[in-house]
Design a protein around this ligand. Structure first.
Ligand SMILES: Nc1ncnc2c1ncn2[C@@H]1O[C@H](COP(=O)(O)OP(=O)(O)OP(=O)(O)O)[C@@H](O)[C@H]1O
Length: 285
């Protein structure tokens, strides 16, 4: 699962400034700014309901913006995301949403081919470039051998990889992933994280919502810690993933240390079960 290094290096960046977002009359995201830079993995973390998905969806033009702006900075200068046609935007930004449809009556390859829609003319068939992009997306997600299986027969994790492949087939310079490791077994969780890093290494701007803080520590160049619809802290993983920040935001004791092998922060949640383990270790059976 390594992206093709021969492809042109993307340079687009996505900038959400002072975003205010609501459901109906309820404001759920307040004054949030997010800057997704080319070649950088930005992880959005925070408790349930803190506004991560809503913010990511706003960057993908899937949620109405009450105040603030979303811009794309690319080779042709700065463009307001709202000024692009749907196809232009979809050639620039791909998003793997948390709510993923369950298509039926289609093969895996057909679903992944949907990712090429923004690159195709209204009546034109798949070009060689389209087919190459589909093959590459299937390979990157470990789906080549399943390309002709009906999607109706797939497990939740396999289907998740099909949607990831569909986003990759869009061949965008900006990739937004909402909990991409959900439903995946350990191998594909790690492969997906590796893929995220590989894509960033060849220039993609990646914004990824992650619940596993060790995953965020392992892959993120920048971490945005959200709380109650606001950015509580943002910056390098070692600056954001501190015991104080995490304990404060998640509302129970969380310690951190540093993995000697990688130099990355390790997160140690101190649930009541730790106390139980400590007691049972102290009292010989
Ligand atoms: N469709 C909706 N209608 C009304 N309120 C919503 C809707 N979706 C989300 N919300 C509310 O908006 C707030 C932010 O939700 P959001 O899904 O962005 O949080 P999140 O950080 O992604 O949460 P999670 O980690 O649980 O996925 C929450 O208070 C949530 O209850």
């Amino acid at each position: 699962m390594t992206p093709d290094a021969s492809l042109e290096r993307p340079t687009d960046e996505l900038r959400g400034e002072a975003l205010a977002l609501s459901y109906g009359r309820t404001r759920v995201v307040h004054d949030v700014s997010l800057h997704l830079r080319s070649g950088v993995v930005t992880a959005l973390i925070g408790p349930n309901g803190s506004g991560k998905s809503t913010a990511l969806r706003a960057l993908a033009r899937l949620h109405r913006i009450d105040a603030g702006s979303v811009h794309i900075d690319g080779t042709t200068g700065r463009r307001d995301a709202a000024s692009l046609t749907a196809k232009e935007f979809a050639r620039t930004v791909a998003m793997l949403s948390q709510s993923r449809p369950h298509p039926s009556g289609l093969e895996v390859r057909d679903v992944v081919a949907y990712g090429r829609h923004p690159h195709r003319g209204r009546f034109s068939g798949l070009t060689d470039t389209d087919r190459d992009a589909i093959d590459r997306a299937l390979a990157l997600t470990g789906l080549t051998a399943m390309a002709h299986r009906p999607v109706d027969e797939l497990s939740g994790g396999e289907l998740q990889r099909v949607w990831l492949a569909t986003s990759l087939a869009q061949s965008t310079g900006i990739l937004l992933l909402d909990e991409p490791t959900n439903h995946l077994d350990l191998r594909y969780q790690i492969e997906t994280l590796d893929l995220v890093c590989d894509l960033a290494d060849r220039g993609t701007a990646v914004g990824v919502v992650l619940h596993d803080l060790d995953h965020a520590a392992a892959v993120a160049d920048e971490v945005v810690l959200m709380r109650s619809g606001r950015v509580h802290a943002a910056g390098a993983p070692a600056e954001v993933l501190t015991a104080d920040n995490l304990t404060d935001v998640y509302g129970f004791r969380i310690d951190t240390d540093v993995d000697d092998a990688t130099g990355r922060v390790r997160v140690i949640p101190r649930g009541r079960h730790h106390e139980r383990l400590r007691r049972s270790a102290a009292v010989p059976v």
